[in-house]
Design a protein around this ligand. Structure first.
Ligand code: C5P
Length: 253
C-alpha cells in the first residue's frame, strides 16, 4: 500500500498531501505543548476535540462569508483543507487582558480593553514568536500593506463571530490566535483563515464563574484539559450532552 506523504509535522498537528492538488489532510495529535514546547504532555482525546471544534468554527465562518481553509472533516482526527501559503505571522486578537499583554503592560488579567487589540507575532520557534509591528512586517516583506489591512479585517470578523457564539453559551472570548494563508484564484490572491481555531488557540472563560476552559488549564496546571474542552464542545452542541471524553476513540457524528 502506498504511504501518504507527510508535508509537515508541527507541535499539535501533522499535514499530509491531500487526495487532490491544492488540498492537504490535517491530522490533530493529542500532544500539548506550552511555553514554546518547554512544557509538554500527551492529553488523550485533545486531538479529537480540536478537530471537531475547529470544524465547527470554520464551517460557521465559511457560512457567514469569512473564507477559511476548511473543506470537510474526514474522520475523528483528520480534516481536508485547502493548501495555502501560510503568512509567517500569528495574528492575535484581544478583548480582555490576559497572558503576555498582562505581563508586558502590567494589566490585571480580565481587564476589559478599550477596543479589540490586534497584535502580530513573527512565527519562529527559535525566537519564541516575538511580537512585531507593522513596520517590521512590511520592511521584511512578510506581508504587504494590503495584506495587513485584509488580515486586520479578517481577524476582527472572526472576533465578532467567535465572541457572539461564545457569549451565547455563557463563555467570554478573552483572546485568540489565528493564522492566515494566501490562496490564488486565477491572477488574484486572496487571504483566508488557516491552521485551526480551538481551545488550544483561544482563551475562554466561563462568564459566571470565570473558570478557564482553554489551554491555560494545561499551561497553569489548573485541572483536566479534556474536561475543559469537552465542556466547550458540549455547550456548543458539538458533542452530545452525555458525551465525556472517551478513553478510547468513539465515533460521534
Ligand atoms: O500568550 P499570549 O497571551 O500572547 O496568547 C494570546 C492568545 O493567543 C491566547 O489565546 C493563546 O492561546 C494564543 N496563542 C497561540 N499560540 C501561540 C501564542 C499564543 O495559540 N504560539
Amino acid at each position: 500500500m502506498a504511504r501518504r506523504k507527510k508535508i509537515y509535522e508541527g507541535k499539535a498537528k501533522i499535514l499530509y498531501e491531500g487526495p487532490e492538488p491544492g488540498t492537504f489532510v490535517q491530522y490533530f495529535k493529542d500532544d500539548a505543548t506550552a511555553y514554546n514546547a518547554e512544557k509538554r504532555d500527551v492529553i488523550e482525546g485533545k486531538g479529537v476535540l480540536n478537530n471537531r471544534l475547529s470544524e465547527f468554527f470554520m464551517t460557521g465562518l465559511n457560512h457567514i462569508g469569512v473564507p477559511t481553509h476548511f473543506l470537510k472533516r474526514i474522520n475523528m482526527r483528520e480534516q481536508l483543507i485547502r493548501s495555502v501559503e501560510i503568512i509567517p505571522l500569528e495574528v492575535i486578537v484581544r478583548n480582555f487582558a490576559a497572558g503576555t499583554i498582562s505581563k508586558r503592560l502590567g494589566l490585571e488579567e480580565g481587564t476589559a480593553l478599550p477596543r479589540p487589540i490586534v497584535e502580530f507575532c513573527y512565527k519562529d520557534d527559535a525566537l519564541g514568536d516575538p511580537l512585531v509591528s507593522e513596520e517590521h512586517i512590511i520592511a521584511f516583506g512578510w506581508a504587504s500593506q494590503q495584506d495587513m489591512d485584509d488580515m486586520v479585517a479578517l481577524a476582527l470578523r472572526v472576533n465578532d463571530y467567535m465572541s457572539g457564539l461564545m457569549y451565547g453559551v455563557g463563555i467570554k472570548l478573552v483572546d485568540f490566535k489565528i493564522e492566515i494563508g494566501r490562496v490564488w484564484e486565477g491572477d488574484y490572491q486572496r487571504l483566508i483563515i488557516a491552521d485551526e481555531i480551538s481551545p488550544d488557540s483561544c482563551r475562554l472563560w466561563d462568564i459566571e464563574t470565570g473558570q478557564k476552559l482553554d489551554k491555560d488549564v494545561f499551561r497553569r496546571d489548573l485541572g483536566n484539559l479534556t474536561d475543559a474542552y469537552t465542556e466547550v464542545a458540549r455547550r456548543l452542541g458539538v458533542m452530545p450532552a452525555n458525551a465525556t471524553h472517551m478513553p478510547k476513540p468513539t465515533l460521534i457524528n
